[in-house]
Design a protein around this ligand. Structure first.
Ligand code: UDP
Ligand code: MG
Length: 312
């Protein structure tokens, strides 16, 4: 029996590009030596995306659709895609054609060669603009500095995994606050990197606002590093050392330390600033603990099309 490739595509308000994506995908997928399924996850789109997808699914039984009850975010959509996929290899990609479909044949080659994790790394991202590119490289520098596990910089949401790795992701990586790319890079197994050039978005607008990206970065740091929690110890040590210095100075000058009002106010503000930042950092961790504890679902499915019931 032929191997099956599952292509997981997350969709959020992509009505402008879906038909085009489908056409381009068909062109590539019809030529590969594997069977395939094209699994679209509709992440609570408010436009006609779901209608278009259901229409495609009616016409073509390779097209499968999972629809969320509301917007749960890109990562949840990819997780649902992995959960519902039946393939021997699973590729996650965006619907906007920024992830070139032409990479799929080389992904299949690598899967056939026994690689289980295939990281797609972008060499260039034209449409993102200098600010996003700079922020992205700064983000990877910081997270690599803070975390024990190492991240490939410029890794994207474009990656492929074997069925075995997908099984691990399904079973063990069910955190509510998460960074899927990070898990994929750190499950181990035989892995390889392929580079690609990110194209420009074929149509429609980017769904990631700067605010979402900042929140995402904070969450990732909190998920993968406990180092910020230790900052309090360092700050405490420094404040103690400063106190001892001032004490010694006061003793030696027989109480002649500067007694300016301004000095005291500045010091107090400075100390409180550090304290509040540390409280804020602890707050971030508690927030995430709270979210995990509540154990709410990563996604809720409302509509399914061409989906056979999963055996497990
Ligand atoms: N997306 C999603 N849910 C969201 C936001 C985005 O499923 O809440 C999908 C979107 O439809 C696209 C992919 O994630 O297929 C990447 O989004 P986008 O192209 O807007 O991000 P960018 O490429 O600008 O980083
Ligand atoms: Mg995009």
């Amino acid at each position: 029996m032929k191997n099956v490739l599952s292509v997981v595509v997350s969709v959020y308000n992509e009505e402008a590009v879906l038909e085009l994506f489908y056409k381009e995908a068909k062109k590539v997928l019809d030529k590969i030596p594997w069977d395939y399924e094209l699994l679209f996850v509709n992440d609570g789109s408010t436009d006609r995306s779901l209608e278009i997808l259901e229409d495609l699914a009616d016409r073509d039984s390779c097209v499968k659709v999972v629809g969320f009850s509301r917007n749960f975010g890109h990562e949840s959509a990819m997780i649902a895609g992995i959960d519902y996929s039946k393939g021997d290899g699973i590729v996650c990609m965006d619907a906007d054609l920024q992830h070139p479909l032409s990479c799929i044949p080389s992904i299949i080659e690598k899967l056939e060669a026994g690689y289980e994790v295939i990281n797609m790394v972008r060499t260039k991202n034209e449409s993102a603009g200098w600010f996003k590119n700079l922020a992205s490289s700064a983000f990877y520098k910081v997270i690599n500095m803070l975390s024990d596990v190492k991240f490939e910089s410029n890794a994207s949401d474009f990656f492929a995994v074997s069925r075995r790795v997908a099984g691990v992701l399904k079973k063990h990586y069910r955190e509510k606050v998460r960074f899927l790319r990070g898990y994929v890079q750190n499950v181990g197994f035989k892995k390889i990197t392929i580079s690609y050039e990110a194209g420009v978005r074929a149509a429609g607008k980017s769904k990631y606002s700067i605010r979402k990206l900042v929140q995402f970065s904070v969450n990732t740091i909190v998920c993968f590093s406990n180092l910020p929690l230790k900052l309090g110890i360092y700050a405490g040590g420094m404040a103690a050392a400063l106190g001892v210095l001032v004490m010694i100075y006061t003793l030696f000058t027989r109480g002649g330390a500067p007694s300016g009002y301004a000095t005291i106010v500045v010091l107090i503000c400075f100390m409180f600033a550090i304290l509040f930042v540390l409280v804020g950092i602890i707050g971030e961790y508690i927030g995430i603990l709270f979210t995990e504890l509540k154990d709410r679902p990563v996604y809720i499915v409302e509509a399914e099309k061409n989906i056979e019931k999963l055996s497990e």
